[in-house]
Design a protein. Structure first.
Lengths: 429, 259
């Protein structure tokens, strides 16, 4: 295995002042007149990247993850030579193709055909190459009928497909991809993923930035997590993603204090004090991945001994649909007495079968002996569910597809055709 | 510098496609299309002939005034139209600069070369005018490409400087039309160099376009070759090319960050 990309001590500083103040000559002139001999005050600077070092072997498919503003895009821009590092260096072997935006460089007034030549050329193809691959590009894009129409009349989907089609035929040694799978319809996404798989099979090095953890998990053999401009973790994709997701938790942020909740009713003999969402390893989470286990811990404080209480919780969609309501009483549990003081009850969910999105949680504490309500809070906290490859595919599965999902599989033997392609197994293999 | 030029040579096809794009897009959805390349200098010539040739009686060194002014306007139109395109080439292609890497100098270069098509079209009309006025061009007409080439170099030199400055200081966008307007008067387009008093002629020679237009006219119509003006013009052109190129080179790394 040979090294394909070497990144050494890469840092990039942006001077905020340069963007904000000096874009007009006037300001500099004014400064010059006011204080001709004084040097300018040092500008405010931010480090988008700080001392980033890693190597990528030829043929590796590396996923780069991190929150918005962590420095991922800056890293890609430096790798693709669009911008230059403040210090450190990058060496890449062979032709590097960067796909920071599908169809970058397209001109609205030109036809699809003209744009293929223009875009292909700017991305680094020789005219001969474009000539040779032209038919394949058009076929891949699926816009044959409109190839001589100016692309200003294209839909955004068609434009993206044409852009990716050109990029997929660049035949680079190193491909740098930023969030392009987020575009296009399902059929086209499949094509893109297949194209990237072909790249992987062909020994190409791929660097892939995405917020779609499912796609990263399925495509990449290695993950690099960038946080605050530095490499936080570098290793097998799965463990990097797990660590990244776990980072959303924090000791204070994830536990929701309920003291000041307004919409609170009930007698107040016993009150909920806070809610925590705990992952399998007992860490507090603010975001939970779809399909993972979770423990919802309800903290309370009893101001007096409470006989036979009933602890309950509802999970409600953002539009107010009750997804589920569960209480200790419904489970047939009988709690003879809760002593004065603080404590907690845990609701363990083996698999949180909620589709990604935001949910609201309501809490109930009442008496099994009477109709008396001790505490009732409507939607004091929310529960964020994050995308995960719940069906083992790289599809975006989000709130458009409902609220919940069930353990399930499709059986296609009945079709009696060999042409069915299981993309999820292809993706894993 | 050597690495720079070899990279540009490697990417010459991009230059071709960018220039081709500029040309292709320029007259899309324009009913008169490429005829605009002739109409602009033609209308200007008509106005100049009426006001300056007829009313003001400005001399034209024995050449019919329309021919005298049109021959200069062919080059001046190329220079002024292209200069504003070159000067804005980086800012108007900011989406390319921030998304794809290629040698940045190809953008101003493509604008400079793309403008040559218009020049060819308006020059064809100039040939028609020579025939109309029964002016037989002498062999020196074969030397005109030297001055066309010089105006390309000049557009590139000044254009690279302005384009790079424009990335950081948008003031440049407002300066360019102003510069061009002034340039029209301090270049011998409306009048011959000899029209000015002797003591101003030296100053006029510092404007490199003076030599370009003077040389171009001499190639077409003959007359005394003013070597001093031509030499001065080449020195200034090459100096501007050097300054523009060096400034462009030293700032191109930050284009994507601040454009």
């Amino acid at each position: 295995m040979t090294e394909s990309i070497t990144v050494e001590g890469l840092s990039k500083r942006y001077e905020i002042g340069a963007l904000r103040q000096e874009t007009q000559l006037r300001d500099q002139l004014v400064h010059l007149l006011r204080a001709p001999f004084r040097r300018r005050a040092p500008k405010e600077a931010i480090w988008a990247l700080r001392d980033v070092t890693f190597n990528v072997q030829q043929g590796e498919v590396v996923g780069i993850i991190g929150r918005n503003g962590a420095g991922k895009s800056t890293l890609l821009k430096i790798l693709s030579k669009i911008t230059y590092p403040t210090s450190g260096r990058v060496r890449a072997h062979g032709r590097v193709a960067a796909l920071l935006e599908v169809g970058a460089g397209f001109h609205e007034e030109l036809t699809g055909r003209e744009n293929i030549f223009l875009n292909g050329s700017i991305m680094g193809m020789k005219k001969k190459e474009v000539d040779a691959k032209f038919d394949a590009i058009v076929e891949f894009s699926g816009v044959e009928r409109f190839i001589d129409t100016p692309i200003k009349r294209y839909s955004s989907g068609m434009r993206s497909r044409l852009g990716f089609a050109v990029a997929a035929h660049l035949d680079p040694d190193v491909l740098v991809v930023d969030e392009v799978l987020a575009v296009g319809d399902a059929a086209f996404q499949k094509k893109c993923i297949n194209a990237m798989h072909e790249l992987r099979g062909g020994g190409r090095t791929v660097l892939f930035v995405s917020h779609n953890m499912a796609a990263v998990e399925n495509l990449c053999s290695r993950g690099i997590w960038i946080a605050n401009g530095s490499v936080r973790l570098d290793g097998p994709t799965h463990s990097v993603i797990e660590a990244y997701m776990a980072s959303f938790s924090s000791s204070t942020g994830a536990a929701r204090e309920l003291g000041a909740a307004d919409a609170r009713r009930g007698g107040g003999e016993i009150r909920y004090t806070r809610v925590e969402f705990l992952s399998g390893d007992g860490k507090s989470q603010s975001v939970i991945r779809a399909g993972k286990s979770v423990v919802i811990r309800l903290h309370y404080r009893a101001n007096e001994p409470i006989e036979r209480p009933n602890f309950g919780i509802s999970i409600v969609s953002e539009l107010g649909t009750v997804v589920t309501h569960t209480t200790t009483w419904l489970h047939g549990l009988d709690i003879p007495l809760v002593p004065t003081g603080e404590g907690h009850v845990d609701l363990e969910i083996d698999s949180l079968n909620l589709l990604p999105g935001r949910y609201l949680v309501s809490l109930l504490l009442n008496s099994c002996l009477s109709q008396h309500t001790y505490d009732l809070l409507e939607n004091p906290v929310h529960l964020d569910v994050e995308e995960a490859p719940i069906y083992g595919s790289t599809r975006h599965i989000d709130s458009r597809y409902g609220l919940v999902f069930f353990p399930q599989r499709w059986r296609l033997e009945g079709i009696g055709s060999r042409t069915v392609i299981d993309l999820s197994s292809a993706a894993h293999g | 510098m050597g690495e720079w030029t070899s990279e540009i040579w490697r990417c010459r096809e991009i230059l071709y496609f960018l220039a081709w794009r500029d040309v292709k897009v320029r007259y899309k959805q324009a009913a008169l299309g490429v005829a605009w390349a002739v109409l602009q200098p033609l209308f200007t010539m008509t106005v100049f002939t009426f006001f300056f040739g007829r009313l003001a009686g400005i001399p034209s060194e024995g050449v019919p005034y329309p021919l005298f002014s049109y021959s200069a306007l062919v080059l001046w139109t190329y220079f002024s139209v292209t200069l504003s395109q070159v000067g804005n080439s980086l800012v108007s292609n900011s989406s390319l600069i921030t998304k794809i890497y290629f040698p940045r100098v190809l953008l101003p270069a493509a604008a400079a070369f793309g403008g040559l098509l218009d020049l060819v079209v308006s020059s064809a009309f100039l040939v028609g005018m020579l025939l109309y006025y029964h002016v037989t061009p002498r062999w020196t007409v074969l030397l005109t490409p030297i001055f066309v080439g010089q105006s390309v170099l000049l557009v590139m030199g000044v254009g690279m400087l302005l384009a790079a400055l424009n990335v950081r200081y948008r003031d440049v966008k407002y300066t360019i039309p102003f510069l061009i307007q002034i340039g029209l008067f301090v270049t011998p387009i409306i009048y011959p160099v000899s029209f000015l008093p002797q003591r101003f002629q030296g100053w006029l020679a510092l404007n490199p376009m003076t030599g370009v237009i003077q040389g171009f006219r001499t190639c077409l119509f003959g007359g005394r070759v003013d070597w001093e003006i031509i030499a001065c013009s080449w020195v200034v052109t090459l100096a501007l090319l050097l300054v523009g190129g060096l400034h462009f080179r030293s700032t191109e790394r930050v284009f994507a960050d601040i454009v």
